[in-house]
Design a binder for this molecule. Sequence first.
Ligand SMILES: [Zn+2]
Length: 271
Amino acid sequence: MVYIMIDPGHGGGDPGASGYGLQEKLVSLQLSKFLYDELRRYEGVEVDLTRWNDQYLSLDQRCDLANDTDADLFISMHCNSFSDSAAAGYESYVVYGARDYMTNAARKQDILHKHAMKLLKEYGVRDRGKKEAGYYVLRYTRMSAILFENLFITNQEENKWLADKDFLTKMAQAYAAGIAEAYQLQKKADDEPGPVEEELQEYWRVIKDGEEVGVFDYKPHAILSGSHAARAGLMYGEKTVTITYERVLRANRGKKEDPALQEEMVTSSLP
Ligand SMILES: [Zn+2]
């Protein structure tokens, strides 16, 4: 069983680069979720994301998540940016020295970069090359780690593709095909996503003004708790209180959350 940790770059108060109203943190998250979905079509692979939501994570936390779970491969998803909007293209990074010595990470980089460029060539995207850098997540992860700069968010044409879910799905398929080649993974016979749904348990997070105040496995209890929290806030002089109920599906093992099923949110605001 090979274990892939996908790291959507940036998040929360750190939006990353932006261009034409699009933020890097959201592109990296969307692409990572699509890659998670694609990889679930293969046998013999476990996948997790360092973040499933638009939340802030330190670089340290990202490395810890991969190191503590003994991931085999760490993939950090980013977009490039530059002050000159003419800058464009695709590039990937492994840690300094990795290409000189053709480490395991560099060999995986070769394969994934090749698959991504095979797709990107159809769009006329320039290959800026397989590079090395001293990025924190490349230095402090103990497994093979690759950082991908998925096009320039500041280039108008590439920005348009990054905003397009069909394009990001194709990118995710290219990465999944690369990972499958690198680890000799086979597609599941029925080509269906794994049995994750059956293992999932529903619970509800109650969030007051951005802070979690309780977790319940029964929705009415969550709502009761939320209205108590709202009333208490107003009694103590807060002018507005926002209570959010977030439905989360978590595998019984306690580790995996299903990204496709976590979107449902109800927000109620009291006057
Ligand atoms: Zn970035």
